[in-house]
Design a binder for this molecule. Structure first.
Ligand code: SF4
Length: 212
């Protein structure tokens, strides 16, 4: 079975999965959000939030910002023969201090349309094992969620996993391979971002980011 067919099969299995079992696993972590904002801040570890094109478009609609005001190509070590950097992800922009650009006075300014990663932090779903995995977070084991909150988190985890798999299918269908190369010393690379909508070239210079 090719990769796309395997992912499509996984999507169908996810759609048929029992949300209540996932909710039980979420509840078993004893997680309760402390509203500390550490996951949005650059002072407590990696706060990178990768985003899908559809999520960027939602934020554009809610804020009036342009694409590159919201997200930039995620760092990658893959270069082609012309020294262009190829990446498969977009990441939310950060401020100079490393905080997410949407963090203001400890609050998320795009709360209603925040990305899946933010909505489901500190969890992710391992779809091969249907297990709930958690990242480091002070809220784990700190009180627990009520049944409705655990169920809501479980649904968000399922939606995120389905969205990730659906994005992967579209990406694989549109992906055009490149010949591996090396970065060109002393030159800012042009980024090629491969995503579910195709590929985009982005130039990042001293004056900011622009589509090339
Ligand atoms: S989008 Fe909102 S929830 Fe997500 S990292 Fe930024 S401030 Fe935090």
């Amino acid at each position: 079975m090719d990769e796309v067919m395997e992912i499509r099969k996984a999507i169908e299995e996810l759609k048929a999965a029992d949300v209540s079992q996932i909710a039980d696993k979420v509840a078993a972590t004893g997680f309760k959000c402390k509203r500390c904002g550490k996951c949005c801040s650059g002072r407590f570890g990696d706060n990178t939030v990768t985003v899908f094109p559809s999520e960027i478009r939602d934020i554009m609609g809610a804020t009036g910002l342009d694409w590159l005001d919201i997200a930039v190509p995620h760092e990658s070590r893959d270069f082609d023969e012309e020294g262009r950097c190829h990446t498969f992800e977009w990441a939310l922009r950060k401020k100079g201090d490393g905080d997410c650009i949407f963090l203001e006075d400890g609050r998320c300014m795009i709360y209603e349309c925040r990305p899946f990663i933010c909505r489901t932090y500190p969890f992710r779903l391992d779809i091969a094992r249907m297990e709930v995995e958690s990242y480091e977070c002070d809220g784990l084991g700190s009180g627990g969620m009520d049944e409705a909150s655990a169920s809501s988190m479980a649904k968000a985890l399922m939606e995120r996993a389905i969205a990730e798999a659906t994005e992967a299918v579209s990406l694989l269908e549109k992906y055009e391979p490149f010949r591996p190369g090396r970065p060109i010393q002393g030159r800012q690379p042009i980024y090629i971002v491969h995503d579910s909508e195709g590929s985009r070239k982005v130039r990042i210079g001293d004056d900011g980011a622009s589509f090339a």
